[in-house]
Design a protein around this ligand. Sequence first.
Ligand code: AMP
Ligand code: MG
Length: 653
Amino acid sequence: MTSIFTPSPKPSIEQDQFLTIRSREEALARFEAALFPRQLPSETRRLADALGRALAEDVVAPIDVPPFDRSNVDGFAVRSADLARASEGTPVRLALTDETISCGIAPTRPVLPGTATAIATGGPVPRGADAIVMIEHTQPVGEAGGDGAIEVRRAASPGQFVSYAGSDIARGEALLRSGTIVGSREIGMLAACGIAEVLVTRRPRVAILSTGDELVQPGDGLRPAAIYDTNGAIVTAAIAENGGDASFLGAIADNAAMLEAAMRKALADSDMLVLSGGTSKGAGDVSHRIIGGLGKPGIIAHGVALKPGKPLCLAVCDGKPVVILPGFPTSAMFTFHDMIVPVLRRMAGLPPRSDAKVAVKVPVRIASELGRTEFVMVSLVEGADGLIAYPSGKGSGAITSFAQADGFLKIEALADQLPGGSEAEVTLFTPHVRVPDLVIVGSHCTGLDLVTAPLAHAGLVVRSIAVGSLGGLAAAKRGECDLAPIHLFDDKTETYNTPYLADGLELVPGWRRMQGIVFRKDDTRFAGLSAEQAVRAALADPACIMVNRNQGAGTRILIDRLLAGSRPDGYWNQPRSHNAVAAAVAQHRADWGMTIAPVAHASGLGFIPLAEEHYDFALVTARKQRPAVQAFLDALASEEGRAALVRAGFRPA
Ligand code: AMP
Ligand code: MG
């Protein structure tokens, strides 16, 4: 990736543009200046189909609502002057007319002095009447069968219980303004006026293309070295979420002729084109070179001081925005939300997003690159005094960091770090924070998912943040989590975990994970050997490549002991997870490594057991009585929990 920022000997125009890294603000301002103001196309939609759209013109009320003076209660339409002297001591008697005004009945008889007409809620007030008396405040009088009369024992003020014509909506009044987003309440107002269709801003038609030889669509089989097209699906959804009419046109190989044809066709049929990938200066990255020929003025900014998202390319081709998002899904999403959503919403006639924000404390230092506006995804947990935000990013290539994060915080371009303990503001991905019921911070294990499954099914929100054993222990000591899963071996005492506990923490035994040597089942070099013999055999064969583990991993200690100072080929390949070791061996990038039994078996690899690792929990004693913690302890001890662990290859303690 760094090579893209090195000028080539003969830079093309596009490369020149890319070398001019612009600030986020400048890039956005240039993009917006090239696109706005503009006439937004509109269309007439029936009410039900107008939901969520922006009105393209003011709507004026064509009628009064209510259309007539209307009774608000069940009772009698009266002349208030008749009741001026009515009281408990001096009831006034009114003769009833011979009609009853129900809803939908137009009155025919006037209410003359000394008379009243029975009327229902919603009935039109008859001529002559100027008030309604509630039925509860009257007494029927006169013999049964005869013309009725009522007695009233309290005065009525003029207009009492009457809604006058136009008192809700007056004919000629501006009912809704252009730009209003049509929701159920607006639909109600329009329906009350008898309006069946409205003019709304047409949704911008946005074409989406993914680019890359390596991309396979979800649902199709994954060939070696290929990955699933994530951006296609995620960008399509995000465009629909922000008022666009998205059509995903698939992934195009890194082939200039094919890509140009696809881009021309996509742009001809739409108002906007969003691509992803191929924006760097890599050999296959061609999309930005094509843009110049698609329309004027072409590229507006290529290279924005954003992290993640530096290679973003913004262009305008004959009035239509053309955007190339970075290839990494997380980078693609951040740049999309930060730089593209404002433009898309303006084109859809929608107001800027108003994302909810919360104040947090950040317990750990976050390093940041000077000169780039940096977005850091965070998970929120409840601390002793307020919300705590943990950075949850796994780097710009990680898609799970998006799904597991609650929101993000922004580190300004001029800062080179956010010190540990800083106050910060988090922009939430969803309108409300749902603070988790159970917070697990530490080393991750697939066994955890088995134990917490019943909690999740019972509606408890479990948040598990993978920061490694030591990071978890530190969080537990600060009281920022309920449980810290750890597997820390102490050389001195030759025991696991207990020596690492501190005041306020207690050990909850978890399960044992058998560690051992993994190899491909058809590799006869290792058949029938013990772990020590297998390593000796590997060291004796110079063609045999190993895969190591990262410094600090419990597994690494075991490997180093077995190697006893040897540094065979592959020693410096030091991935950070059990799964990566298995993948390296399964894909022939290495011939042996050390991982845990469940991972080896899930990958279909041969496994030679060596030693059991203790995966336990440091429990924050002060939080032990919390219902979710109790539910976790119950699940861990339960028959079903233990059986699930055994099925997956773990040995409950
Ligand atoms: P590029 O900018 O094309 O060099 O892509 C940068 C990285 O993002 C590479 O690892 C690509 O494989 C990856 N990438 C590009 N497009 C997609 C996509 N649509 N979905 C998932 N990953 C992608
Ligand atoms: Mg690519």
